[in-house]
Design a protein around this ligand. Structure first.
Ligand code: SF4
Ligand code: SF4
Length: 194
């Protein structure tokens, strides 16, 4: 009788796959392709690769196709897939890790998602909170979608969701230290222990 290995990575750029899985804390061998992650994903209709298939392609060593996929950029990191996985595989972290690997490789299959991420994190780093109006304005300018959601602004202002004042945390220095520590940790250095 012959057997097929369903789970072990068989070829491709093993170093890249190892970094993706290490960053995500995921062992690809744990996945037995039941598909529960894909079945529960609220954004699977928007994805070119379902979550189950992202894992399968990494198992098969097809990292290049995964890095070019829109799926990790469409992922909202809602964690539904992770909650449904019978193997407790952290799939949403894997999606983020693929996204970071794609960016390192100079790829951003969904340009708007990358712009939004960068602007969101820059806003939180500076003010400690996200300011919706500022974020939307900067996103529209950076992405070239100048009038996107402009018609919603009056309604949002009426409900107090946006306004002229910037929301800030009191201790912004602590926020800067927190970001600094996270960046150093990402780069493999020791944090400053705030
Ligand atoms: S739910 Fe878990 S075991 Fe099933 S296909 Fe998805 S990642 Fe693999
Ligand atoms: S975390 Fe991403 S891949 Fe998982 S269910 Fe949510 S949107 Fe889908």
């Amino acid at each position: 009788m012959s057997f097929y290995n369903l789970s072990s990575t068989s070829s491709g750029d093993l170093a890249a796959i190892a970094q993706i899985t290490r960053d995500a804390g995921v062992n690809l061998d744990d996945c037995y392709q039941c598909g529960k992650c894909s079945a529960g994903c609220p954004l699977s209709d928007e994805m070119d690769l379902y979550p189950r298939k992202v894992i399968r392609m990494l198992q098969l060593g097809q990292v290049s196709a995964v890095l070019k996929s829109r799926a990790p950029w469409v992922c909202a990191t809602c964690m539904t897939c992770t909650a449904r996985c019978p193997q407790q595989i952290d799939i949403d972290s894997l999606m983020l890790s693929v996204r970071h690997a794609a960016k390192r490789a100079g790829l951003r299959p969904v340009r708007e998602a990358d712009i939004f991420d960068d602007l969101f994190m820059a806003g939180v780093r500076r003010y400690g909170k996200s300011n919706e109006a500022l974020l939307a304005a900067r996103f529209n300018l950076s992405s070239g979608h100048l009038f996107q959601d402009v018609l919603n602004a009056p309604k949002m202002a009426k409900r107090g969701m946006i306004g002229p004042s910037l929301h800030k945390v009191k201790d912004r220095a602590a926020m800067r230290r927190l970001f600094g520590r996270a960046l150093r940790t990402t780069e493999g250095e020791k944090g400053d222990g705030i």
